[in-house]
Design a protein around this ligand. Structure first.
Ligand SMILES: Cc1cc2nc3c(=O)[nH]c(=O)nc-3n(C[C@H](O)[C@H](O)[C@H](O)COP(=O)(O)O)c2cc1C
Length: 485
């Protein structure tokens, strides 16, 4: 995890908790209706991958328990973790790229409905991503994977030499010389692991993305509807394919890169195809970045244009995140893949308690509010979900009261205490277990281990019937809240 150099330590400050009457009269716990997008309260659990799927992307009992546990806290909505839209192996990430995944996903939808008494709406985040390889030992990369070309031969003065000789010469080079002989992408592949980009137009499957993605997203959205979800969230954020199309770093020359209009083209085409598939009475929104937070990436000016375009196209909600990019990620260990939350842009996405003068709480508020204001000025009322470091009632209420958000996302705060919502609404906010923003959960996510929270995963480990992590040392869901104590 990257830390701002100032290393200022912040403590969560949830502030005063409301009485039951104050909570019931609040904006946060008031309903929102906007076409097919209806919430009983303006509280939102954003997508969080808990690494509980099977190796081939099916829902497990642990996934079902996880979402049922969040639903017991009765947030207005839960967004199910980033779920792959293709029918290809994707590790333990959930998948929705084939009808065989529908029954498992339906179990989540049923469990959430039951645990929340039908109150919590359920969305699913639909994701596409390009290939990223693990970093290998230099011996393997230079000795086997690297495609040897005449450029390498020329640089080494080994014209006509067989590949094996070129590989031996490369392996004998000191690091600085290697940086002269390899091109930037080869060096990146050596140091970070090879990573495809949307600009790799020489790769036929990358060139074909605009042809294949609309149907893939549409098929996934149809399955989400069949599985009983209340809507879909198109994942246009962070380090993944659709965010890379929106990014200012997208220089594709086929009409899908360069200008803002061109970068928006595929995201809008995907949305139109999804809308045509699921119809106007089904909630379709997207998550996108208020800022890329990397050199040369999209800025708030870009995102404001994107937000207005998405709203104008008829998206039912827009959820804003920030950062989370590969471009500034830390070098992974050999055998691991780069993780897009390890650099400064990752910090902007999931800021931890060691921070700078601005602190980790609400860094996404002002940029999101500007995007919302631009959408309102353009005459549209599309609900805006704002997330990032929100953990107190007063903070959330103020965001709504000051017209900077319509719905408030609580990711790590709800992971620390999924009962945040029911406790605060019933006047028992003083019993909330407040997230300390140590990013214990994020470290587990980085290792693709079952995500839990340090505030609860060792509590009452001997409770009968609870499910535990593979090593048996952590419980997978927090104990139930049995009411006021
Ligand atoms: C363990 C973990 C997994 C996450 N997985 C996703 C994901 O699948 N999709 C997504 O858009 N964001 C994901 N996020 C980011 C959160 O949705 C959220 O934007 C971020 O944690 C900042 O909000 P917070 O300060 O309320 O935690 C994840 C965050 C965590 C901690």
């Amino acid at each position: 995890m990257w830390r701002p150099p100032q290393k200022i330590k912040w403590k969560p400050a949830p502030g005063e908790w409301p009485s039951r009457e104050q909570a019931l009269a609040s904006r946060l716990f008031s309903p929102l209706r906007a076409g097919p997008f209806e919430l009983a309260t303006r509280t939102w659990v954003p997508a969080m991958v808990p690494w509980r799927g099977t190796d081939d992307g099916f829902v497990t009992q642990d996934n079902v328990d996880w979402y049922a546990r969040f639903a017991a806290g009765r947030p207005g909505a839960i967004v199910v973790e980033a779920t792959g839209i293709r029918d290809v192996p994707s590790g333990r990430l959930l998948r929705i790229g084939h009808d065989r995944f529908v029954p498992g996903l339906r179990r989540i939808a049923d469990a959430v409905r039951q645990a929340s008494g039908g109150e919590t709406k359920l969305f699913i985040q639909l994701i596409d991503f390009l290939s990223i390889r693990r970093r290998t030992e230099p011996e393997k990369f230079l000795g086997r994977h690297l495609a040897i070309t005449d450029r390498h031969r020329r640089a080494l003065g080994l014209a006509d030499a067989p590949d094996a000789e070129v590989r031996r010469a490369l392996l004998a080079l000191p690091e600085e010389r290697l940086a002269e002989v390899l091109d930037a992408r080869e060096l990146e592949a050596l140091r970070m692991g090879a990573r495809e980009r949307v600009t790799d137009l020489d790769l036929p499957h990358v060139r074909a993305l605009p042809e294949v993605l609309p149907d893939l997203f549409a098929g996934a959205a149809r399955r989400a509807r069949e599985a009983g979800f209340d809507g879909v969230e198109l994942h246009y954020a962070h380090a993944y394919t659709m965010a890379s199309f929106l990014s200012a770093l997208n220089t594709r020359t086929d009409g899908y890169g360069g200008s803002r209009e061109n970068r928006l083209r595929l995201p809008l085409e995907v949305f139109e195809r999804v809308r045509a598939e699921v119809g106007g009475d089904y909630a379709v929104g997207c998550r996108f970045l208020s800022e890329d937070c990397i050199d040369g990436g999209s800025t708030l000016d870009d995102s404001t244009v994107f937000g207005v375009a998405f709203a104008r196209a008829g998206m039912d909600f827009l959820s804003l995140s920030r950062g989370g990019k590969f471009e500034d990620a830390k070098q992974p260990a050999i055998g691991a893949a780069a993780y897009p939350y390890t650099g400064p842009s990752g910090y902007e996405c999931m800021p931890a308690h060691v921070s700078d003068e601005r602190g980790p709480f609400g860094r996404n508020v002002e940029p999101s509010a500007r995007i919302r204001a631009a959408i309102r000025e353009a005459g549209m009322a599309t609900p805006i979900v704002v997330t990032g470091g929100v953990h107190g009632f007063a903070q959330a209420e103020e965001l709504l009261a000051s017209d900077r958000a319509d719905v408030v996302g609580f990711a790590r705060a709800s992971l620390a205490d999924p009962d945040w919502f029911v406790k605060v609404r019933s006047g028992h906010g003083n019993q909330v277990a407040t997230c300390i923003y140590a990013n214990y959960c994020e470290a587990l996510d980085e290792r693709h281990e079952e995500v839990t929270c340090q505030l609860w995963d060792r509590v009452d480990l001997d409770e009968p019937g609870i499910r535990k992590s593979k090593d048996g040392k952590r419980r997978l869901t927090p104990a139930a809240w049995t009411g006021p104590k």
